[in-house]
Design a binder for this molecule. Structure first.
Ligand SMILES: O=c1ccn([C@@H]2O[C@H](COP(=O)(O)OP(=O)(O)O[C@H]3O[C@H](CO)[C@@H](O)[C@H](O)[C@H]3O)[C@@H](O)[C@H]2O)c(=O)[nH]1
Length: 452
């Protein structure tokens, strides 16, 4: 560990698992470079401070009611949080930014989804860096959504659904339509995106949780939109810093001894991240599809993620027993360890950006089942550009799932896909090693923060 450099960085993650993980990982990286760390967080989805004893944690009152915390409408939650948290953040910073002996606050790092933080940071003369927890292609592209809508992208005839979208490659029109959302979501979504772009333009830089190896074209294009520096520092979890969990849920550690008993690359791991929910019939189709493969599976079903059900009680009677030990269902898994396990041979994923990166970094081929937002783009990269997975094209049907899992896990096609993901894994892993692209960008970022 390097010596403390008497400088403190304040990080303020958006309270979603997919944003907390990269932000806390960034905190660990900066701590290893000598910075002291303060994490400001909402009460909603508060990270566990006990998992990070070397950081200071400060909680803001966020004003969300119990019902609002349980809502499935993430856009609504983010809007409420943005409305409620400005004053609490201002008060918190007022207390923190007192001339303190021997430790200066260098900057605020927060998520682009916080749209009030730039003006707060400005009022304290505090440089603000924005963290991009998406693939950078999506980050650039999603800011175009309001303009595309104004220009009449929607509706389009069914016959054009598979056509590509030149300004948002490699999306197909049907993917972009899903990202743009339904009519009633259009107005709040577009207003939010316009605000994100407007406030972000005044930031001191953008820290991207991707690397040149995965995002070269979009990084090269970024100067057309942003004048500030971009720091693609690579998949955050493969930097050489001590491991610690930033899970909001308790990972079921029994996954690992269970995997230890399985043959090498024999298990399909299934997880749809921290936000996606499925209908009961989709859940049953996935269950039947997996069981019909006769292959081993490890499946994360978050409590509440089957709509209208507590957990897995709608599985047919005797379903688990009928698998003869070949299936295991848990509420939350130690995902990175699962993907790194020699027994894991494939990942049926919603293609959240963290899951996609984690799978690439472990060389695990994917089956893509995106549901919302950037997942549509990540899935296209996986299946159409990098060709390291197979896209389900939304077909949550037992026969399709059975067939696709079999293709990936046991057929020659799967072997080819596995070969490609291993090549990509090696390139991406090299980026964080000394002299690699991400390692150099990280050095630049540290120099920049230190220069303030
Ligand atoms: O059983 C599990 C399941 C997931 N995870 C972790 O949880 C994170 C999940 O992140 P991600 O794969 O990005 O999915 P979401 O939680 O759904 O993330 C949201 O945020 C991401 C980053 O902005 C977006 O890419 C997604 O579309 C959005 O749904 C990953 O680090 C996983 O390792 C676990 O530790 N155990």
């Amino acid at each position: 560990m390097e010596k403390r450099n008497k400088r403190r960085v304040i990080l303020f993650p958006l309270p979603l698992q997919g944003c907390i993980n990269p932000m806390l990982q960034l905190a660990k990286i900066l701590f290893s470079r000598g910075f002291s760390i303060t994490i400001i967080h909402t009460r909603f989805n508060a990270p566990k401070s006990s998992d990070h004893p070397l950081f200071t944690f400060l909680q803001l009152p966020d004003g969300l009611s119990e019902t609002q915390t349980q809502s499935r409408d993430v856009l609504l939650q983010l809007t409420l949080l943005n409305n409620n948290c400005e004053n609490p953040l201002r008060q918190c910073l007022t207390k923190l930014i007192k001339p303190e002996e021997g430790c200066e606050i260098s900057c605020l790092i927060d998520d682009s989804g916080w749209v009030f933080t730039q003006s707060v940071a400005d009022s304290f003369n505090l440089p603000r860096f924005v963290l991009c927890a998406y693939k950078f292609t999506f980050f650039l592209g999603h800011l175009l959504v309001p303009q595309l809508r104004r220009e009449g992208f929607l509706p389009f005839p069914d016959s054009e659904a598979e056509d590509s979208v030149p300004v948002f490659q490699p999306l197909r029109k049907k993917d972009l339509a899903r990202i743009m959302g339904s009519k009633d979501q259009a107005e709040p979504l577009d207003a939010y995106l316009v605000k994100i772009l407007e406030t972000m333009k005044q930031a001191s830089g953008l820290i991207v949780m991707s690397c040149e190896e995965l995002d070269r074209d979009s990084i090269a294009e970024s100067h057309r939109v942003f004048t500030f520096p971009i720091y693609p520092i690579g998949p955050p979890h493969i930097h050489d810093v001590p491991a610690s969990s930033s899970s909001l849920f308790e990972p079921d550690q029994s996954c690992i001894p269970w995997l230890d008993k399985q043959e090498t690359r024999s298990v399909i791991y299934v997880s749809l991240g921290s936000i996606v929910s499925v209908t009961e019939s989709q859940f049953l189709e996935i269950a039947c599809g997996l069981s019909q493969t006769n292959l081993s599976f490890l499946w994360v079903v978050r409590p509440g993620s089957v709509q209208g059900r507590e957990w897995i009680e709608s599985l047919p009677l005797g379903f688990m027993e009928g698998l003869n030990g070949k299936g295991k269902i848990v509420k939350w898994a130690p995902q990175i360890d699962v993907l790194a396990h020699r027994a894991t041979g494939g990942f049926l994923t919603h293609n959240g950006w963290n899951s996609t990166l984690e799978s690439i970094c472990e060389g695990v081929p994917m089956i893509s089942l995106p549901f919302v937002w950037d997942q549509w783009l990540n899935a296209r990269f996986v299946s159409d550009v990098w060709r390291i997975g197979i896209h389900l094209e939304g077909r949550i049907e037992r026969r399709v799932i059975e067939r696709t899992v079999t293709r990936l896990m046991v057929e020659p096609e799967g072997e080819k896909i596995r070969g490609r993901v291993k090549v990509l894994r090696d390139e991406v892993r090299r980026s964080v090693q000394r002299g690699g692209s991400s390692s150099r960008h990280l050095d630049d970022l540290v120099d920049r923060i230190t220069s303030f």
